[in-house]
Design a protein around this ligand. Structure first.
Ligand SMILES: [Fe+2]
Ligand SMILES: [Fe+2]
Length: 274
């Protein structure tokens, strides 16, 4: 059984919360905000998928892991919904309308996946997303959170530490129920690019309001406008290489060593949880 603790966190958000999670880095901040905007739709979709998987497996250990995974994801999306609403209240109506149109499209797509795609597809999608999130979480833990706004740092550190804690669940459930490597790779890679398409759409909407670049409304100045630009930026950050490490058939997230700072963060949030 995976060692997963469901922590109920209640974060206090100051009214004067800064919009940028990393005040010194507008682009990275817009990406983190873009990810945050997807989570109230993505994480409930993962929970729906895990519920369906729990109905088809009799493996009690796996069922318990699925329950704990969903417990963590439920607290994640509730906290992100709260901060997303606060951030939207600080933006102009043109930006919030564009964000809400994108939210509606994403929500509709994930409901369509739950209703019209089979369990194999939905589990492979979840595994693709979690694999990429694990790469991002390990990268951000290595960088540390000292340069973050302090209120944002708590949310990001708690969420990513739990992503690392439950890293094996979507991999194990897909592996035990279906186990086809090539399908996992194909749908998982597609899932990553589908998900990032939305995260970067949100990031771009936010950047258009938050940037003072005079050309920010020209399409060619969109930092996420082409796959090439995105790949180049995330090759430089090291994220692409981390995600590629998860592609060989012998990949197993359980075998990944995690930095000591993750265990320290989990212990810290154990003490802070309600
Ligand atoms: Fe999460
Ligand atoms: Fe997760």
């Amino acid at each position: 059984m995976a060692d997963i603790t469901v922590r109920k966190m209640t974060f206090e958000w100051p009214d004067d919360l800064g919009v940028l999670p990393i005040p010194s880095d507008l682009i990275r901040s817009c990406e983190l905000l873009g990810i945050s905007m997807t989570l109230p739709y993505l994480e409930p979709y993962l929970i729906r998928t895990m519920r369906m998987a729990a109905m088809v497996t009799r493996d009690e250990t796996l069922r318990s892991d699925l329950k704990n995974f969903s417990g963590q994801e439920a607290h994640h999306h509730r906290n992100h919904s709260q901060v997303n609403a606060l951030i939207k209240s600080k933006l102009n109506s043109k930006t919030t309308e564009a964000l809400e149109r994108t939210e509606a499209a994403l929500s509709a797509e994930y409901h369509e996946f739950s209703e019209e795609q089979d369990l194999k597809f939905n589990l492979a999608y979840g595994q693709g997303f979690e694999t990429m999130t694990l790469g991002l979480a390990l990268m951000l833990f290595e960088e540390g959170f000292d340069h973050y706004d302090s209120a944002w740092a708590r949310l990001v550190e708690w969420h990513l530490a739990e992503e690392i804690e439950h890293r094996s669940v979507t991999f194990d459930v897909y592996d035990k129920i279906f186990g086809s490597y090539l399908y996992r790779l194909r749908v998982g890679s597609w899932a990553q690019s589908h998900y990032l398409g939305y995260a970067f759409r949100f990031a771009h909407i936010l950047w258009q309001e938050l940037s003072d670049d005079p050309n920010r409304h020209d399409h060619e100045h969109n930092p996420w406008g082409t796959k090439r630009k995105v790949l180049k930026a995330h090759w430089q950050s090291g994220l692409v290489q981390r995600v590629l490490k998860a592609t060989p058939p012998w990949y197993d997230p359980k075998k990944i060593d995690t930095p000591a700072s993750v265990a320290a963060a989990l212990a810290k949030y154990d003490a802070l949880a309600a």
